[in-house]
Design a protein around this ligand. Sequence first.
Ligand SMILES: N[C@@H](CCC[C@H](N)C(=O)O)C(=O)O
Length: 257
Amino acid sequence: MEISFYKYQGTGNDFVMIDDRSEHFDEQNLDLVSQLCDRKFGIGADGLILIRNKEGYDFEMIYFNADGSQSMCGNGARCAVAFSSFLGIVAAQAHFLAIDGPHQARIINGNVELGMGNVVSLENKGEDFFVDTGSPHHVRFVEDVEHYPVVDTGAAIRYSDDYRPSGTNVNFISVLGDDHIYVRTYERGVEDETLSCGTGVTACALVFGSQKNIDHVDIKAQGGNLAVKFTQGENGSFKDIVLIGPAEQVFKGSTVI
Ligand SMILES: N[C@@H](CCC[C@H](N)C(=O)O)C(=O)O
């Protein structure tokens, strides 16, 4: 069967996007997902997203990492909103379902502003932190993230006994200013550094924001700039979390599955 697909990127985190409102894509076929995401033998992407109809919502986002595993994806969700707008499913506002629950989003000045789920706590891990922003994230401050061994250290933490069996994503932060950080992320499910991770930069912004007692953090990622706004609550909790950044269609094509 021949299917159409689109490629989107959000600050360099790239996704195969499929309009699957007709439900022709077999979401149990994880070999197909990883084959389509393969950068040598397939289309190539960090992840694959199906857009499906869902009663009570504008759409449902079904997200897969490049290896076929599933989790919440912040950049993917921003791209899914842009794709749904392109398809005419939504206009400037969207209400959709993802694996971690319902989300609201809006498109303003070319950016997608994505409402994230509430965060109940920041966990201390020695000098590091753990935050669940829909996906699990280990967060470590380092002196010079530009030259830090993100892949080697990220993989060691991701596969450490502490995070078995499901593992974690691993983020490294250097402080650039009072409300500005530089983040690099090793992603579970891609098993490599990606150019940006939406749930990861959100986790980093919350950790940094709690230390500085601020409600807005600008983030530099390898693939571009993002921002996160939030309201701090009691005992390390956060609500009204919004991830802001661009989402762009980069090409379309068709493939036989
Ligand atoms: N790139 C994503 C995160 C995708 C999920 C992650 N790799 C996991 O398995 O937890 C983002 O933008 O949030």
